[in-house]
Design a protein around this ligand. Sequence first.
Ligand code: CP
Length: 322
Amino acid sequence: MRHLLDTKDLSREEAIRILDIAESMTDSTGKEIKKFPTLRGLTVANLFFEDSTRTRISFEAAAKRLSADVITFSAKGSSVSKGESLKDTAQTLEAIGADAIVIRHSSSGAAYRLAETDWIDAAIVNAGDGTHAHPTQALLDAFTLRRERAALKGEPSLGQGLDGARVVIVGDILHSRVARSNVWLLNTLGAEVTLVAPPTLMPHSVGDWPVRVTHDFDEALASEPDAVMMLRVQAERMHGAFFPSASEYSRRWGLTPARHASMKQGAIVMHPGPMNRGLEISSTAADAPNSRVLNQVSAGVAVRMAVLYLVLAGDSTDTQKA
Ligand code: CP
């Protein structure tokens, strides 16, 4: 695999391979992440033009677990404030020794721009670009779902997709790169996806996506999904035009204690983080025994190890873009 830019580019076999490699990065308890010498002598640069807690730190942890050196760049406090371009910034990181660049940027398409120009030779991993894609988040979500299903069935997860799983994704779909990457990956892996959002936060393009769409959260919950994935309301992308109001949003599209109580036995709560507690998700749901929010964070390290391994040390059959 040369780069990882979006889950839309992944075949089912490629996606399962990433998930299987991520499984092999954990020990037999499935929790502890092993340490490998695989990427010794290589350098991973985290190039973050937008804020991040989980993605940046877990990429850093993943690179270190593979024995790579890590350079972390944050646009805040850098020469970006003096007008330095994306091209010059990326070339500077490569000149310092970056073999892979993990990029988060507010512009949709920034990761593709780095991968498709001849500015640099480094492998590119998209850590979130605008409202477009967040492939490693979707992969860690699939990893979490796959583990859950395997545990319920008492079967190993290796080699498995998510055939027949029913996932409801709720919230600010309009601004969500997490939703977009999940829609493509979950579909590729055989899951059925329902999107729920206020009409103002559902993108017009949703008619072209392989999903069922509703504005009624209670109707979606009545279909007894295996997982309810809540999305963050991205107020920072709404430029002060938050609509509906927070109280209406919470009442109609929030995972309230009552809606949480109505979930079927064995169904799980997911959220990519950071959470707006009391808005899209109640603390009752976020902290419940069936919440997998922190499992998702843990899965992020193993999945990002698998991705860094594939783009920096994958075998010669991994020639495709992603
Ligand atoms: N889920 C996610 O991308 O979180 P961060 O913004 O903290 O990286």
